[in-house]
Write a protein that binds this ligand. Sequence first.
Ligand code: DGL
Length: 289
Amino acid sequence: MESDYTLFKLDDGPIGVFDSGYGGLTILNEIRKEMPQYDYIYLGDNARAPYGSRSFKVVYEFTVQSVEKLFKLGCPLVILGCNTASAKALRSVQRYYLPRYAPDRRVLGVIIPTAEVVGQMSRTQHIGVLATEGTISSESYNMEIVKQSPKAVVTGLACPMWVPIIENGEADKPGADYFVKDSIDKLMAMDPLIDTIILGCTHFPLLMDKIKKYVPENVKLVPQGKYIARSLQDYLRRHYEMREKITMNGTCTYYTTEQADKFQESAALFLHEDAKNLNVHHVDLRGMI
Ligand code: DGL
C-alpha cells in the first residue's frame, strides 16, 4: 500500500524504542532479555522531558518528531515505551500519520498490553494506576482495562513529582521517599480494596525499592516491561512480514536530545552496565515535522 505522500517505505532495520527520557530503558531492558537477537535503537527525548503535564498537541508533535527520527534511522517498527505518548499520541499516529506517510511501518504502545494482563492478576478486581498527569487524565487505562475485565474498578492517581525525581538522578535519595509514600497513601485511601497497582509510567520501576517499602503487603505491583516484551514477541510471531524486516546482530544504539555523555552516565546506572559500553549519540529533533 503506498500513498502519494509516502515518506518512509518499509525497509530492514532495528526495532525503535522511544521514551520522553530514561523510563523507556525499563521496557528496552525487558525486550532485550526476551529477544536479544534483534538490533535496537533507543531514543530518549531527555531535553524535553517530562511530557506528563504537556498538552495533547505538544505530546503528539514531540512523539511524531521522535517516530520520524527512528524511521529515518531505519526502524520498520517503533514501540512508544512511554505511557504518556501512548495515551495522548498513539491513536492519532496510527490513524492519521502512518497511513499517510509510512503505511507499511508500525508504531505500538504500552497501555493495551498492560491492560490485557492486569485483570487476571487482581482478586478483588479493584485496580490502582499510578502514572503521569497526562496518562491519568486521558483515562486510557480505565477504558482499556474495563474492555478486558468489565467488572474491574479502576482508580488512577497522577504522581507529577516522580518523573522529575528520576530524570534528575534523585531516585535513590532520601528526599524521594516523601513523594513516593504520599502518592501511595493517597491511592490506597481512594480505594482501600485495591490489591493490584499498575506502575503506569515506564519511569516508575526506577523507584521500585522505595515503592515496595510503602505499598501494603497484600498489594501486587505491576511494572510493565515484562508484559510489553511478551506482547511484542507475540506480535512478531504473528506478523512474519514485520519480523523478517528486523535486523539481527544483537546491537543497541542510543540517541538522546540531551548531551550524549550525560545520558551515557545516567543510562548506564539504570541499565547496570558500564557507561563506556553504551553507544550514545546526541540528536536534535526540532524541525522534524
Ligand atoms: N515515561 C513516560 C511514561 O511512561 C513519561 C514520563 C514523562 O515524561 O512525564 O509516561
